[in-house]
Design a protein. Structure first.
Length: 218
């Protein structure tokens, strides 16, 4: 996890609740000012701010479980691990403006792979069954790259597509940061990538080599 979670637990909770309260206040004021169409007009802006404000609280409540500073699992359970890249709150603590572009992409990839290695180690230790299904939807890597990593690709469900669309503003600025230019992620080309825990563990050496290469080149 990022440096925020190194703070004393009481301070983490205090800041998390304060962020929630401030977010709710701003949301209420904004929606009232633009009533009745404010929800529709400001939704693309309000949602990223809500994600930012809720990230630490959802983490403390166990809804988000981090395996690296930029890889989290939403509502983890023994049957399915729904993996996601970090939120804007994580980017604030993990990324630096000077890293935009290639360095950012390498850092994102390194965190992604390190997070998957941590999941493998939990499977090897018996904390997770090897039948767990690890899945995620991403526009960030290509079909060929996903397949080389052992993932099976499927068309995402409507709910997955909807989630990408409503989070487009967040995805857009994070993708642009990684590309070091104004860039628009092709969310309609995104695919759901799936791999079983058993097959994931078989890839551990491959992933460790990739992480070592990324860190050496960085």
């Amino acid at each position: 996890m990022n440096k925020f979670y190194n703070l004393p637990i009481f301070l983490q909770w205090t800041i998390s609740v304060m962020l929630l309260a401030i977010g709710m206040f701003l949301f209420t004021v904004t929606m009232s000012a633009f009533h009745p169409y404010g929800m529709f007009l400001l939704f693309p802006v309000v949602l990223p701010l809500a994600h930012f404000a809720l990230t630490p609280l959802l983490t403390l409540l166990g809804m988000y479980k981090y395996y690296s500073p930029l890889l989290l699992v939403y509502s983890p359970n023994a049957m399915k691990y729904d993996i996601h890249m970090g939120t804007s709150f994580d980017y604030l603590f993990v990324m630096h403006w000077r890293e935009r572009g290639l360095k950012a992409r390498k850092k994102i990839w390194s965190n992604f792979l390190q997070g998957l290695i941590q999941i493998m180690e939990e499977i090897e230790a018996g904390k997770l069954p090897d039948t767990v299904k690890v899945e995620g939807t991403s526009y960030f890597f290509s079909v060929k790259t996903a397949q080389r990593l052992g993932f099976v690709l499927e068309k995402p469900s409507l709910s997955y597509r909807f989630n990408l669309i409503i989070n487009y503003v967040d995805l857009w600025w994070m993708y642009s940061f990684a590309q070091n230019r104004l860039a628009f992620p092709r969310v309609f080309n995104a695919r759901k990538a799936i791999i079983s825990g058993k097959d994931l563990v078989k890839r551990k050496h491959q992933f460790e080599q990739l992480v070592a290469r990324l860190q050496r080149d960085n």
